[in-house]
Design a binder for this molecule. Structure first.
Ligand code: FE2
Length: 298
């Protein structure tokens, strides 16, 4: 009798499991079509955007979101500046509180960064990279650089067109989110490198060290609204909005002065000066910041 009871209970249990499994297998789930979301420019101005009170503030974009049209669209510029960039600044302000980085400016944070400090690595890199990117954009810009930067581009890449081709190719080949960089070594020699996520050439032990001269954001949020998957078109269009005067000044200040000097057959190398601290400017009294996740905007 006892064995029969056990057998009966086992039968019920197995039947239930089979029934559940069967139900699971035949279950039909309606998957709605992905809605097509048209993101409109909200019509705000860059000057409306302020970071939460804290150590770092945003670089003040000196033109409106629509002034890079038709090359970079206003909706992308607004989303990029007022959401993504703002998010990185707010998150950095919050994440450095109580850490060894709290007393440092942005450049020293990056140069002294412990790469295992993932949150600060992402946000400090995000702030530096975006600031550097926005600084070198301008309406009615593009064309070619001049002066020593053009001379070095011609010397190190063969021609400006070849430099541009390599810069675009490097950008297109980058898989996942990241950045393309034109960097100078301590002798002023130029090269193109790419970095993953928000890493950059100021961070040590990444194999991409150099003095940044120009960068291009290859995160989807930087181009997808207008260019969708057309990364090559986006990278080529970037060359219509580059403020080469900014890049030239960076190179003259941190590359040209470090050029190898040949005097009477003797080659001497001048140590490159420390990279400038770009905007945002660090404020005197950091305070605790409210929650704000950058990831929600990716
Ligand atoms: Fe970005």
């Amino acid at each position: 009798m006892k064995n029969n009871k056990i057998l009966y209970i086992s039968f019920i249990a197995v039947s239930t499991l089979v029934s559940c499994k069967k139900d699971t297998l035949v279950e039909v789930v309606d998957v709605p079509d992905t809605p097509i979301v048209k993101i409109e420019q909200k019509g705000g101005k860059p000057s409306d955007i302020k970071a939460n009170e804290g150590a770092f503030s945003l670089y003040a974009l000196p033109f409106d979101y629509n002034e890079l049209e038709p090359d970079f669209d206003a909706a992308t510029m607004e989303l990029h500046y007022s959401k993504h960039y703002l998010g990185y600044v707010n998150n950095l302000n919050k994440s450095i509180v109580g850490t060894k980085y709290e007393i440092l400016e942005l450049d020293p944070i990056l140069k002294n960064l412990n790469l295992s400090d993932a949150v600060i690595r992402d946000n400090a890199g995000g702030v530096y990279n975006h600031t550097f990117f926005f600084e070198a954009l301008a309406p009615k810009a593009g064309g070619e650089p001049s002066g020593s930067l053009l001379e070095s581009i011609n010397k190190d890449f063969g021609s400006f067109d070849e430099f541009r081709r390599q810069f675009v190719e490097t950008s297109v080949r980058l898989t996942g989110s990241g950045w393309t960089w034109l960097v100078s070594d301590k002798t002023g020699k130029l090269k193109i490198v790419s970095s993953a996520n928000n890493d950059n050439p100021l961070m040590k032990n990444l194999g991409i060290s150099g003095i940044p001269i120009l960068n291009l954001d290859m995160w989807e949020h930087a181009y997808y609204l207008k260019f969708q998957t057309r990364k090559r078109e986006y990278a080529n269009t970037f060359f219509s909005v580059i403020n080469w005067e900014v890049a030239q000044k960076r190179y003259e200040a941190f590359g040209k002065s470090a050029r190898v000097e040949v005097t009477e057959g003797t080659t001497t190398t001048t140590e490159a000066p420390v990279q400038q601290t770009t905007q945002p400017v660090k404020q005197p009294t950091p305070v605790k910041q409210p929650e704000n996740s950058v990831d929600e905007f990716q």
